[in-house]
Design a protein around this ligand. Structure first.
Ligand SMILES: NCc1[nH]cc(CCC(=O)O)c1CC(=O)O
Length: 308
């Protein structure tokens, strides 16, 4: 293997993440030649519709996956949280980089914290998960939709579209914008998206040379966590259209998952958690999802699906 083509979306955040994979690869294989191939996805093109209304799994990934299947690229770099749990036939997750910041961040126009906002203030997010959890915490808030890349959202806020936005802390840090963050949200109160902060490498299943290479930069503890998180998501059958979240952590060798499912307006919110040895995390995650489905999550999901 002497040259590798790395597929990525063209946003600043996607490019940063692809460059990070490139840096990691050159650490383990200094002679390797790398080329970034920018591919536009449907999610980059439709910018005026709420994500929850497009309701399309793979909005930010499908064109990259087609390029992989067509051998136009050798690996695709994604934000793992944008990847559906079922990958196209012939493709697999090759590895993940060490997870970055997992928490959501709140940014306000005037420096007030979330708890200081009033009923006159508008908070913007495109995520049903964030909306439901914000409303559960602060029912008086008005939550409005927003689309676009992270810097576009900040600009829209500064232009008066809203008084604050909630975005992934990882995105802000990667774009060098951490200084704008008003506060990080406690991850056990506002749970992050499944796999938030993780950068994933997708590849062809039969590409052994690439697998050997990618495996060298796979971060095992992150891998263990995201496999469990995606097992939870798969069992819950959630896509981005459902307010669903989980936060995983390892404390003194014990793996812990906190999970939540909520109604769209945040009035019903189910939380549950488990702790186990890291090797048992996926099995426990599936049982957690089943337990939550029995304890009311199924009912919430049925109502949401019925409204679609
Ligand atoms: N849904 C868009 C998206 N996909 C990945 C990130 C940030 C990086 C990450 O969370 O891994 C973001 C922006 C955001 O949610 O604010």
């Amino acid at each position: 293997m002497s040259k590798i083509k790395i597929g990525t979306r063209g946003s600043k955040l996607a490019m940063w993440q692809a460059e990070e994979v490139r840096r990691k690869l050159s650490e383990v294989h200094p002679e390797l030649e790398t080329e970034l191939v920018v591919i536009h996805t449907k999610g980059d093109k439709i910018l005026d519709t709420a994500l929850s209304k497009i309701g399309d799994k793979g909005l930010f990934t499908r064109e990259l996956e087609q390029a992989l299947l067509d051998s136009e690229i050798d690996i695709a770099v994604h934000s793992l949280k944008d990847m559906p749990t079922e990958l196209p036939e012939g493709l697999m997750l090759g590895g993940v980089l060490e997870r970055g910041e997992v928490r959501d961040a709140f940014i306000s126009r005037d420096g007030r914290r979330l708890s200081e906002l009033t009923a006159n203030d508008k908070v913007a997010t495109s995520s049903l998960r964030r909306k439901a959890q914000l409303l559960a915490l602060f029912p008086h808030l008005t939550v409005v939709d927003i689309r676009g890349n992270v810097d576009t959202r900040i600009q829209k806020m500064q232009d008066g579209h809203c008084d604050g936005i909630v975005v992934a802390g990882a995105g802000m840090e990667r774009l060098g914008l951490s200084n704008l963050i008003t506060e990080y949200l406690d991850p056990q109160t506002v749970l992050p998206a499944v796999s938030q902060g993780a950068i994933a490498i997708e590849m062809r299943e039969d590409d052994e040379d690439i697998y050997e290479l990618v495996d060298l930069i796979n971060h095992f503890a992150t891998w263990q966590a995201i496999v469990a998180e995606r097992a939870f998501l798969r069992t819950m059958e959630g896509g981005c259209q459902i307010p669903l979240a989980c936060y995983t952590s390892v404390v003194e060798g014990r793996f812990r998952m906190d999970a939540m499912v909520a109604s769209l307006d945040g009035t019903k919110l189910i939380k549950d958690s488990f702790e186990c040895n890291p090797e048992e995390a996926s099995e426990e995650a599936i049982m957690l999802a089943q337990r939550m489905l029995e304890n009311g999550a199924e009912e919430i999901l049925n109502i949401i699906r019925g409204n679609e």
